[in-house]
Design a protein around this ligand. Structure first.
Ligand SMILES: Nc1nc2c(ncn2[C@@H]2O[C@H](COP(=O)(O)OP(=O)(O)OP(=O)(O)O)[C@@H](O)[C@H]2O)c(=O)[nH]1
Length: 222
């Protein structure tokens, strides 16, 4: 069988990523689809698309079509058309920004309304992003859990910056939609790659040779 024939058998799933501006939706999509992260904030106007093929247990190939929707779209005319017919939705907020959590009600309300007449009801995952900034958290984890329970959502905490649990998040939603069970080992395997950046040493701890300083900026633990 040729490659293109094989690909044509892939399941295609539409994922939309919604939530307040600057909560990290583009970063999440970019981390997932391109394994990259940019510190610079560039507002998404309208929407962006990403495609990524993943393999679920049982050798099931799935192509995820990720629609990254600009946070300023809430209240805009096009938003219900963007989210219509989605199989999976990542409802994203920033754990260090309480307002982004409060606004989830509006995002979720819009989502329900937009899909009222759709035959496919999307599976929704509540995504608390920026867990690398745990020390700056303003949204307590029990608030997050309560929102999930009240609305029947999957729950996930991630960091688009470090990559922590980003792949897992997309994988869990895709698996749930397709009725595929992930075992503990599979979940753990896709959970994290920790990249620890070294902080500059204080001046009075003695000189570090230029060579050493350059070689040891990032430490990866897998
Ligand atoms: N520390 C940290 N910063 C993050 C993380 N994710 C995103 N950011 C930063 O947060 C800012 C906003 O990220 P974006 O991904 O552009 O946010 P967005 O939700 O797509 O924003 P809109 O396009 O306005 O909807 C950027 O400066 C990112 O670098 C994260 O996990 N940790």
């Amino acid at each position: 069988m040729s490659d293109s024939e094989e690909e044509s058998q892939d399941r295609q799933l539409k994922f939309v990523v919604i939530g307040d501006g600057a909560s990290g939706k583009t970063s999440l999509a970019t981390r997932f689809a391109q394994e990259a992260f940019g510190k610079q904030y560039k507002q998404t106007i309208g929407l962006d698309f990403f495609l990524k093929r993943i393999t679920l247990p049982g050798n099931l190939n799935v192509t995820l079509q990720v629609w990254d929707i600009g946070g300023q779209s809430l209240g805009g005319k096009m938003l219900d058309k963007y989210v219509y017919g989605a199989h999976g939705v990542l409802l994203v907020y920033d754990i260090t920004n309480y307002q982004s959590f409060e606004n989830l009600e509006d995002w979720f309300g819009m989502l329900k309304k937009a899909n009222e007449e759709s035959q496919v009801q999307p599976l929704v995952c509540l995504v608390g992003n920026k867990i690398d900034l745990e020390h700056m958290r303003t949204v307590k984890s029990d608030k997050h859990q309560r929102f999930c329970q009240e609305n029947g959502l999957i729950s996930q905490f991630v960091s688009a910056k470090t990559g922590d649990s980003v792949f897992l998040c997309f994988q869990r939603v895709a698996a749930e939609i397709l009725g595929v069970k992930l075992n503990k080992a599979e979940m753990e395997q896709s959970q994290m790659i920790v990249k620890a950046e070294l902080v500059n040493y204080p001046q009075d701890e003695g000189p570090i040779s230029q060579d050493t300083a350059q070689r040891s900026k990032i430490c990866s633990i897998q």
